[in-house]
Design a protein around this ligand. Structure first.
Ligand code: ADP
Ligand code: MG
Length: 240
């Protein structure tokens, strides 16, 4: 479980997260929507300890992320994170790219890492691209490689930050289908997304962020069907 309690976070004078309270249960799929600059990406980077917080606390499986005593490297292994773009190593093949962190971070043997890479790449539909170089992949295939790379680390949680935003429209579907598949398999996921149809269809709950505040959180039918705040109504009418 991920527990976020009264989290405040600033960059200098700028208050970016203003008292976020949120729990994500095992197996839950949470989508996070909201305008640019509302703090969505910052929340994800705080969850895996990439960014410090000013106050409050974040617990992952009961371990406080920002406590001094926490082994952050160990904790981060539980949390896969995929961004808009991942710059794969161009001189390594797809399968070698997916093996690298397994070898370096988890200390897996070469055959072990390779078997897991092949397994995850096949799982995301790239079983026929193992030996090609990343530059030969489409944007959608590159994102699926990034997802396979994260999954190969055997994470308990997956965080996705606008993983389809940099893609040509015709490539968005294949990446969302991959996320759908993971959701159906029971992966615990937080998906920051602009794809309202995806959020509506795949999420257990949707959170709407506005200026550093989690202004609304509800099941998708309720959040999209009966938005409570003027801000969410305005956001939804602008994105539809
Ligand atoms: P979102 O992902 O919702 O678009 P972000 O979490 O990226 O929003 O950013 C929230 C605010 O924090 C923005 O105003 C952004 O410019 C600012 N910000 C984000 N990261 C940094 C940083 N590393 N240093 C300073 N300001 C930042
Ligand atoms: Mg962002």
């Amino acid at each position: 479980m991920i527990e976020i309690e009264k989290v405040h976070k600033s960059f200098g004078q700028l208050k970016v997260l203003k008292g976020i309270d949120l729990r994500v249960a095992k197996g839950e799929v949470l989508s996070v929507i909201g305008g640019s600059g509302s703090g969505k990406s910052t929340l994800l980077t705080c969850i895996n300890g990439l960014e410090p917080i000013d106050s409050g606390r974040i617990l992952v499986d009961g371990t406080e992320v920002h406590a001094k005593s926490t082994d952050l490297n160990k904790l981060r292994r539980k949390i896969g994170i995929v961004f808009q773009q991942w710059n794969a190593f161009p001189h390594l093949t797809v399968v070698e790219n997916v093996m690298l962190a397994q070898r370096k971070v988890l200390g897996r043997s070469k055959p072990e890492a390779e078997a897991e890479a092949v397994r995850q790449l096949s799982h995301v539909g790239l079983g026929d691209k193992l030996k090609v170089y990343p530059s030969r992949l489409s944007g959608g295939q590159q994102q699926r490689m990034a997802i396979a790379r994260a999954l190969a680390m055997s994470p308990h949680y997956m965080l996705f930050d606008e993983v389809t935003s940099a893609l040509d429209p015709q490539l968005v579907g294949e990446v969302l289908d991959t996320l759908r598949m993971l959701a159906a398999e029971g992966m615990t996921m937080i998906c920051v997304t602009h794809e309202m149809k995806f959020a509506r269809e795949v999420s257990d709950r949707v959170a709407f962020f506005h200026k550093g505040v989690m202004a609304e959180i509800a099941a998708p039918a309720e959040l999209f069907g009966a938005p409570k705040s003027e801000e969410l109504r305005a956001f939804l009418s602008a994105t539809h």
